[in-house]
Every structure is written in structure tokens, then in C-alpha cells.
Design a protein around this ligand. Structure first.
Ligand code: ADP
Ligand code: MG
Length: 728
């Protein structure tokens, strides 16, 4: 074994689990490091507390003098918790979270040391952020962007730093982050859904989108991960022959959690408790060394922040336990990759889940209204949803027969399908009294009972209704949840606005009763959105054909998928709803296609390096041993040596063939990279990387993996799949 690989494997075998203590009940430490209700009541004056509450609930502006009070209270609280610094915490379009710490410590004009944190520092900061991606919005001469406090997501202390969630916008007002459009979409869905919810309950004055994400990840021993340049630089293995045992025995899923991993999880969960992230579920996933963590759902903005924070915390705690977390969607070929299921619903301020059936026909009509409008919205904008989950790394899952396909469809289960079929038969125009009774009793009235046993969950569906929420399962494990949530809020908001217009029109012009009008519009929607509903096997080839017939998109690669983000239809949607301007949309597109090309470029370079610097030299060393062996045999046996050297000579030839193929692959790939780099237009460059450069990866990998099987294990320098996946 090469020294590096040997040391890494030895290190990982010698690791003992780090002792984890959980001295207190979790409910007693939950939110202790969050400037939450309890902390605000203790550290803010009554008036400032009211102002902040009003800003959270109604989006009102916080006056400057109030901000001064709030910042002082926050600082006092933070200091009692041992904080020395503060930071505006934001989510630029790099995907990671960003922070720049400043100390509370200051000296007064006469040199007195003090701790200070003013309202100005709370409300707005101007980080020197000129090197965050901006898609050309900020020219270098106007490189200023600023961060602004988002009071709807509470400040928290992480380590010794007070973190203040903020938006990040250009000086000219354009959003440069994930949070700004998300907040705008939440406002939009609130307005649109509240207006519709009032048909059923006049008391509703606010609707929240809710999000419960499920985060999948791999845990690899730190030393093993460090011995693989591809994992370190690209987050995934670019080569490596499949382990003889993979996931075929299904013995990992929900299996007993290894103790080293369990200690990591407990440590992580304790940290999450302090940070107010309500984590609840943990289990082994399908692939070896793959796990999942899920929280109790929350208001969507908070949930998005919590997922971003969690990924950072997971990384840091892993380090403490000598693990490396892999969030990549496909870290290992041949076994399952990781996703992030986004469970989404709408809740009213009166405590109703609008996607949950109720006990009365009217409650169920409300459920059907939101249910059918969501399906219709997804049908209308399926391509935009696909675009929202597109990334170079997620391309490995979507359409690769393990995760939902690149075709977006909606699964609702057989019972709800029957309900929609019944509703479709509603007569055009006003309903007769018999029809109404029949509908209320036999269709709408029966929903709660049937849902109870609606357990046939279709795991191959990218967008499934799961009893009281929709579950978008195609989000990448590495992604920020904000973009898919922004899209979902936006398209459903738009759909609800159209719905309300149609219903009101029928009431006004056709003098229909409210529920007649609602039934009539829903019936039309059921008909016109039928093509998006699919109950069968989403992985099958038959579905690809069928989907094509139905006119559904099947954008398999990121550059292709991203086009929908800048279509006329999308720009109109976002502009009409005030979620993004054309400038913002186009800037984002520019960033994404550029990022895609860079991503493939980095992978290409890493693969080329490993193949040339690790694989080929190792193969040659082994080949030399074989040559020596053959020559030795010849010395002993003279002309009859071939009788004993057949296998060796064949190996010598095979090795040469594989080396030649690898070499040619790399040379050709570099040529294609050079050509791609000369392309000025970022989108075209992304396509070149996708169509011309990326195809070499598999070709090069194939021959490297063959060599791995031929070459003496003692010499092979790269930690193997079986070591990466079965050491813990
Ligand atoms: P599964 O693995 O079967 O999909 P889990 O129980 O692991 O289901 O996860 C379900 C997720 O759905 C949890 O994160 C939960 O908080 C979330 N969830 C439940 N109800 C809602 C809701 N009304 N809105 C948003 N998310 C929800
Ligand atoms: Mg799920």
C-alpha cells in the first residue's frame, strides 16, 4: 500500500468514538443561544419588543431610535453568553454562508476600552463584498453592496459570535443573495393565499409557507477523505472501482447506527438545540456511510436559514469527530447519492394547514382549492421548478434512475386521483341541490378518512403529496433551499391570484354561489393540469416517452435546464409579482452558467492530475515489476518461458492499452477545455463544458478503474471505495 493510503487507513481504524455528554434535557437547552421571545422580553423595553414583533408579523419598519435600543439589548444578552464579536450573516450566491466578524470591543475618543454595538451596526453593514458573484450588476467602480437586518429570522450566537441574519443587496437595490427573493416570494404567497383563504374563513389575515427539509449526507473518515485529492477539491470521487459489496444487500437503510456516527449525531443535535434548530429524526440511509437528518418543520424563511446554518455546523462538528461530511449529490459512482427533500405547505395565522383535509365539507373544499391550485401551478411552471434545482452536481442524480427524474410530475395517490376524477364530472354552471349533496357527502366529505390509509407513497416521484404537504424530492443535498422555495411560492401565488379572479368573476357575472363558482373553476383546473399527474414508475423509460407526448420538459443537463430561468414567461412571472427584476434574473443566470463551467473545469483538471500523477505512474511501476518477472522467467526457462509468463505478458499489454487510452482522453479533454475557455458568451461556454468536456470524464475514469483492478493493491495510491465506504 502506498504510504499515504496506508497511513490514512491505519489512522481511521485506530479512531475511537469521542465521548459525548448530554447533561441536560434537550427542551431545557433549546434556543438558549437564540435571541428569541424569551430573550427579547428580558433584554428589550416593552416598546422595542413590540416594534420587533410588529416587524416580524406585519413587516413594519423599525425606527432608527428603536434599533438603537434593540442593538443594546442584543449586545447585553450576547455578552452574558460569552460573545465577543458580531457579524451580519448572509447567503450570497456562492451557495455557502458568509460572515465577517467585528469585535464589540472599541475604544472611546479618550482611550477608554468599552463594548459597543449601535443600531446602525445592527441594521446595515457594508462588507467589502466586491468579490461575491454578482453577474455584472456591480461594476468594479461601484463595487458596494450592503447587508440589511432581517428581523423575521432571529439573531443567534455561534461559537463566540453574535450572528445577525441579513439580506445582501447591491447599492442600486438589486438582490445579490438567496434570501431577498425568498422574502419577496413569501410576501406574495401570503397576500395571494390569504385572499383565497378568506373564502373559507374570514378570520384569516396571514398565510405562511412552511418548510421541513430532510438532509442526506455521507460521513467519511477525515484521514481517508484527505488522502483523496478528488474528494478534497471537488467533493466527490472522480474515479474508483466499485466495492465488491455496495448497497445491494439493503443492510444499511434504517440499520443500527455505528457508535462513532451516533456520537457525532448527538453532538450535532446538542449544538442544534442551542441554536434553536428543531432537529428530530436521524437514521441510516440506503448507501453505506450515508445518513439523514430531519427537523420539525418551520416557517420557510427560518427553515431555509436553519438548513444553511446546519450544513455549516455539520461540517464543524464533523471535524471534531475526525469525519468529513460530504453533501455532494453523487460522491460515489454506483451507489445512491444524496438529496434534500423539501416538504412544503401553507399555514394560516389561525392555525390551519391549508393542505390538510378537515372534518367538514367546507374545510375539505378549502383543502381541495389549495391542493388543485398547487398542481395546476406545477403544471404551468414545471420547467421553472426543474431550473430551480439544477446544478452540475445534481445532474448526477436527476435522470440517473435513483433520484426523481429530470421530468417534473406530481404524485397524489390513487384515492385522491379518484376524488379529482369525481370532481371533474361536476356539471358546467350552477350545481343542482342533489349534485351538491352528493359532492359534499360522497366526494369531499370522505377525504379525511381516505387519506388516513393513503400510504402508497411513490418514491420515484419528484413532487409527491404526502397527506398534508407536498414533498419536492429533487432538490440537491448541496443546494440552498431558498431557490426551489422561492419558485414554489411564486408559482402558487400567481395561480391563486388567477383562481380568485376567475371565481369572483363567476360570482359577479354569472351570479353563482361561492361554492358553485369554486367547484366550477377547480373542475377546469383538474382537466387542464392532468398532464402533470403521474402515478407510475418515474424511473422507467416508458415514462420518458409518455412525458414527451404530454409536452413535459425533460432537461437533463444544467445548462439546458437553466434556460427556463430567463424565458419570457419567467421574467413576466417574477416581474408581475415583484419578486425579481429582469436585471436580477439575468444576473443570476450569468452567475449560474459561469459557475457550472467552472465546476466542470475544476473536475476536469483534478481528474487529469490524478490520472497522470497517480494512476499512470503507479501502473507503470507495476508493469515494470511484471517485465522484470518475465525477464527472470526467460533467464530460467529460456525459450519455453512463455508457458509460465502468459498471464504476466497479457497484463503488460492491457496496462499499456489502458495507459494509452487514459493519455489520449486527457489530451483530448484538455484540447476541448482550451476551446471552451475561448468562448466569450458564458452560456455557450457552459454548453461547451457540458457537451464537449464532460463526456471525457467517464472515458478516462473507465480505464483508470480497470487499472485499479489490475495493479497490485500494495502499490495503488488512492484509498479504495471499500475503505471509504466501510470504515467508520
Ligand atoms: P419521509 O422520510 O417519510 O419523507 P420524514 O418524517 O423524514 O418523512 O420527514 C417529513 C418532513 O416533513 C419533516 O421534516 C417534517 O417536519 C415535514 N413536515 C411535516 N408537516 C409539514 C408541513 N405542514 N409543512 C412542511 N413540512 C412538514
Ligand atoms: Mg422525504
Amino acid at each position: 500500500m502506498s504510504t499515504l493510503r496506508f497511513r490514512a487507513v491505519e489512522d481511521s481504524f485506530n479512531r475511537k468514538p469521542i465521548e459525548v455528554h448530554e447533561p441536560e434535557r434537550r427542551s431545557a437547552i433549546f434556543g438558549k443561544n437564540v435571541f428569541n421571545e424569551a430573550a427579547m422580553r428580558q433584554y428589550l423595553t416593552k416598546d422595542s419588543y413590540k416594534s420587533v414583533k410588529d416587524a416580524i408579523e406585519n413587516g413594519s419598519k423599525i425606527e432608527r431610535h428603536v434599533a438603537d435600543h434593540v442593538s443594546t439589548g442584543m449586545k447585553e444578552w450576547a455578552i452574558t453568553k460569552g460573545a465577543t464579536h458580531y457579524t451580519h450573516w448572509f447567503q450570497p450566491l456562492t451557495g455557502a454562508t458568509a460572515e465577517k466578524h467585528d469585535a464589540f470591543f472599541e475604544t472611546t475618543s479618550d482611550g477608554m476600552p468599552i463594548e459597543k454595538f449601535g443600531g446602525g451596526q445592527l441594521v446595515q453593514q457594508e462588507p467589502d463584498a466586491s468579490s461575491f458573484p454578482n453577474g455584472g450588476i456591480r461594476n468594479t467602480f461601484e463595487a458596494r453592496g450592503y447587508t440589511a437586518w432581517d428581523p423575521t429570522s432571529p439573531a443567534f450566537i455561534y461559537g463566540t459570535t453574535l450572528c445577525i441574519p441579513t439580506v445582501f443587496v447591491a447599492y442600486t437595490g438589486e438582490a445579490l443573495d438567496y434570501k431577498t427573493p425568498l422574502l419577496r416570494s413569501l410576501q406574495t404567497i401570503d397576500n395571494a393565499a390569504t385572499a383565497v383563504a378568506k373564502y373559507f374563513d374570514k378570520g384569516v389575515s396571514k398565510v405562511y409557507a412552511t418548510l421541513g427539509w430532510e438532509q442526506e449526507y455521507f460521513l467519511i473518515d477525515k484521514a481517508l477523505a484527505a488522502s483523496r485529492p478528488d474528494i478534497l477539491l471537488s467533493g466527490r470521487t472522480l474515479l474508483g472501482h466499485a466495492s465488491a459489496k455496495g448497497q445491494q444487500l439493503d443492510d444499511h437503510y434504517f440499520g443500527s447506527i455505528p457508535s462513532r456516527v451516533l456520537n457525532y449525531m448527538r453532538d450535532l443535535e446538542t449544538e442544534c438545540m442551542y441554536l434553536g434548530v428543531p432537529v428530530k429524526t436521524r437514521h441510516n440511509e440506503v448507501a453505506p456511510n450515508q445518513f439523514e437528518l430531519a427537523p420539525i418543520f418551520e416557517e420557510a424563511n427560518l427553515a431555509v436559514d436553519h438548513n444553511s446554518l446546519l450544513m455549516d455546523v455539520m461540517d464543524k462538528i464533523a471535524d471534531r469527530h475526525n469525519f468529513k461530511v460530504l453533501f455532494h449529490e453523487k460522491p460515489f459512482a454506483g451507489i445512491n447519492g444524496s438529496g434534500k427533500h423539501n416538504n412544503w405547505s401553507l399555514a394560516t395565522n389561525t392555525g390551519t394547514n391549508l393542505l390538510s383535509p378537515g372534518s367538514t365539507p367546507m374545510k375539505n373544499l378549502q383543502f381541495l382549492t389549495f391542493f388543485i391550485n398547487t398542481i395546476k401551478a406545477v403544471h404551468e411552471y414545471e420547467e421553472l421548478i426543474r431550473a430551480a434545482i439544477a446544478s452540475a452536481s445534481n445532474d448526477h442524480r436527476l435522470g440517473a434512475n435513483e433520484a426523481p427524474p429530470a421530468i417534473i410530475s406530481v404524485f397524489i395517490g390513487s384515492q385522491l386521483t379518484e376524488v379529482l376524477d369525481e370532481l371533474e364530472k361536476v356539471t358546467n354552471g350552477k350545481l343542482s341541490p342533489q349534485e351538491k349533496t352528493e359532492l359534499k357527502l360522497n366526494v369531499v366529505g370522505k377525504i379525511p378518512e381516505i387519506l388516513l390509509d393513503n400510504t402508497d407513497r411513490n418514491r420515484t416521484s419528484p413532487f409527491a403529496f404526502t397527506g398534508n404537504k407536498f414533498e419536492l424530492r429533487a432538490v440537491g443535498s448541496l443546494s440552498n433551499c431558498a431557490m426551489p422555495m422561492t419558485v414554489l411560492n411564486a408559482i402558487v401565488a400567481k395561480q391563486l391570484i388567477l383562481f380568485k379572479e376567475s371565481v369572483d368573476k363567476l360570482i359577479k357575472e354569472k351570479k353563482m354561489k361561492k361554492d358553485d363558482a369554486i367547484f366550477n373553476v377547480l373542475r377546469e383546473y383538474i382537466k387542464t393540469s392532468k398532464d402533470i399527474r403521474f402515478e407510475g414508475d418515474g424511473y422507467g423509460e416508458a415514462w420518458e416517452k409518455e412525458a414527451k407526448k404530454r409536452g413535459l420538459s425533460n432537461n437533463k443537463t444544467t445548462p439546458e435546464a437553466l434556460k427556463a430561468n430567463v424565458s419570457k414567461k419567467t421574467i413576466q412571472l417574477y416581474e408581475d409579482l415583484g419578486i425579481m427584476t429582469k436585471v436580477e434574473i439575468e444576473a443570476r443566470h450569468e452567475i449560474q452558467v459561469e459557475e457550472y463551467a467552472m465546476h466542470i473545469q475544476i473536475e476536469g483538471r483534478v481528474l487529469g492530475d490524478i490520472a497522470r500523477n497517480h494512476v499512470i505512474p503507479t501502473a507503470i511501476r507495476y508493469q515494470n515489476i511484471l517485465i522484470e518477472n518475465v525477464q527472470g522467467l526467460k533467464n530460467i526457462y529460456g525459450n519455453s518461458f512463455k508457458k509460465f509468463a502468459g498471464e504476466q505478458m497479457q497484463l503488460i499489454e492491457s496496462i499499456s492499452e489502458h495507459i494509452a487510452k487514459i493519455n489520449k482522453g486527457i489530451t483530448d479533454m484538455i484540447e476541448e477545455r482550451k476551446k471552451a475557455n475561448k468562448i466569450e458568451d458564458a452560456e455557450k461556454r457552459a454548453f461547451a463544458y457540458c457537451d464537449k468536456v464532460k463526456p471525457y470524464f467517464n472515458e478516462i475514469r473507465y480505464h483508470c478503474d480497470k487499472l485499479e483492478l489490475l495493479v497490485d493493491d500494495e502499490l495503488w495510491p488512492l484509498t479504495k471505495y471499500r475503505e471509504l465506504l466501510f470504515t467508520r
